[in-house]
Design a binder for this molecule. Sequence first.
Ligand code: HEC
Length: 131
Amino acid sequence: MSKFFQRLGLLVATVLTGLSASAQTKAPDPPAEIQTLLQKNICLTCHKVNDRLVGPAYVEVANKKNYTPEQIVALIYKPKPENWPGYPPMAALPNVPKDEALKIANWIVSLREAKAPGKAKAPVKKKAPTR
Ligand code: HEC
């Protein structure tokens, strides 16, 4: 029995460590309007906000590339799979209405702040002085 609790403790510790590690970079759920647009335009079939699914997490898109909303709209209509090695190519979605694509794109860009150093609310780990 004590082994069981030992294991349980380990498990809890592991989960907690994982949670606190990801809490720092986790973006909140999209606002209701955006959620609806993502659903309607089937983006959520392949994308999640914080995690890789078929395509990269939106947070990752926002932080890895410094896209403007207009560039993101263009990529929805004409994806460039070469931007994301290791992923299957995204299907072009020319039928997403421009205004909806732009709203989604603005929201994706806004995710960048979730991870931006200095703006993050979570404490930033200090680097050892390099002297
Ligand atoms: C069939 C699956 C699928 C659907 C549906 C889908 N995506 Fe993607 N998306 C991907 C994959 C896979 C990638 C990475 C490879 C690529 O860019 O082709 C990607 C990449 C992206 C990128 C990064 C583009 C770049 O070049 O950096 C954005 C932005 C994006 N998707 C937004 C959207 C939006 C918005 C929607 C809904 C309108 C959507 N995706 C629907 C699979 C999908």
